[in-house]
Design a protein around this ligand. Structure first.
Ligand code: XMP
Length: 329
């Protein structure tokens, strides 16, 4: 794609002239497309003066940490530190049921972890990092009028969620936002020129607060997170096996803090219920629930009930947005 190749060359030049030869740059990788493409681009421009961090907050999907770290290290050769902060996050979330409170705690802990990463880096390299990379896209920056010279003529507004963003203000970092004139499909093209694996570029969006918004109520209840990971993995893998992954905007499971009666073997059980949700959408602002065929659903429900201990009931969410939101919290 010649146009995106030009965009890439331009961006690299800009970054090289912005970041001085002794200056360092930090970046938080979320495992999503945007931060990955932004970091890969900056890495191409300034090499190992880029320092990335990936935080395991204990709220990631099944094998997510291993999967993204392999992509970062083996495929993209990004300089990345993986911080396991799961205990720190989960201990702060213990007993907290209110969704907004959960989001606030996660945001705060993330900043604390990031701060510590920057501090340790400063000790290691003997100076403060000057810049921060963010994977901000055009729809995130645009309000009503496009930046002059951007060639953009109309506005897209998308509900802004606090993503990995909201970083410490007292760090006085200058921002590098190499994707800020691009739309999502353009970021994917850029990523493919940068050799970001296709499977990665086509990943479904995943919320910053992770599985915390998919375990309703206290995320530390019982083994909810572990059960949810297993159910979610079975569901998403079945979607991939059926060749449906690219037709769906997001697909995931939700853990309900509700026990219902069941019968398994010749025993009565009281176990938890889970919900499967799959939607199609253009931008996440509105969405339709996805219609699976009967055989697919039968197979998925059997796999879940036969393989995941602690679940005896599987429901499907067949509500569009509006009136429902995509996530349950
Ligand atoms: P809702 O639930 O608002 O979701 O219909 C719309 C899109 O946003 C994602 N989402 C979030 N993303 N932090 C995020 O980074 C959040 O707190 C958050 N809540 C929802 C959701 O997965 C969907 O893609």
């Amino acid at each position: 794609d010649w146009k995106m190749q030009d965009v890439l060359d331009e961006e690299i030049k800009t970054i090289q002239s912005t970041v001085g030869p002794d200056e360092h740059v930090i970046c938080a990788l979320s495992g999503g497309v945007d931060s990955t493409v932004a970091a890969t681009l900056v890495h191409k421009a300034i090499g190992d003066r880029l320092h990335c961090v990936f935080v395991d907050n204990g709220l990631l999907r099944y094998k997510e940490r291993e999967r993204v770290m392999t992509t970062f290290e083996s495929d993209l050769h990004l300089p990345v530190t993986c911080v396991d902060a799961s205990e720190q996050f989960l201990s702060k979330l213990k007993g907290v049921e209110d969704p907004e409170q959960k989001r606030k705690i996660i945001g705060r802990e993330f900043i604390a972890v990031f701060d510590e990463f920057a501090h340790k880096l400063e000790q290691k390299i003997g100076k403060r990092p000057e810049f921060l990379v963010q994977g901000t896209l055009y729809p995130d920056v645009i309000e009503s009028c496009p930046p002059p010279g951007s060639g953009r003529t109309h506005s897209h507004t998308i509900k802004s969620h606090h993503n990995v963003g909201g970083l410490p203000k007292d760090m006085k970092l200058k921002l590098i936002e190499p994707l800020k004139l691009l739309f999502k499909d353009e970021v994917r093209k850029l990523g493919s020129i940068l050799n970001v694996p296709d499977s990665f570029l086509k990943r479904h969006p995943f919320p910053g607060p992770g599985l915390a918004v998919r375990v309703l109520g206290d995320v530390t209840q019982g083994n909810a997170l572990e059960v949810l990971r297993q159910v979610d993995e079975i569901f998403v893998q079945a979607i991939k096996d059926a060749g449906l992954y690219d037709k769906i905007w997001q697909a995931f499971a939700v853990f309900l803090p509700v026990q219902t009666v069941g019968v398994q073997g010749d025993q009565r059980t009281h176990s938890n219920a889970v919900v499967l949700r799959a939607i199609t959408s253009e931008d996440g602002m509105t969405a339709d629930w996805y219609y699976f065929d009967h055989a697919f659903l039968v197979d998925v429900v059997n796999k879940i009930c036969n393989n995941v201990r602690g679940i005896n009931r599987v429901c499907q969410d067949i509500t569009s947005k509006p009136p429902a939101t995509v996530e349950w919290e």
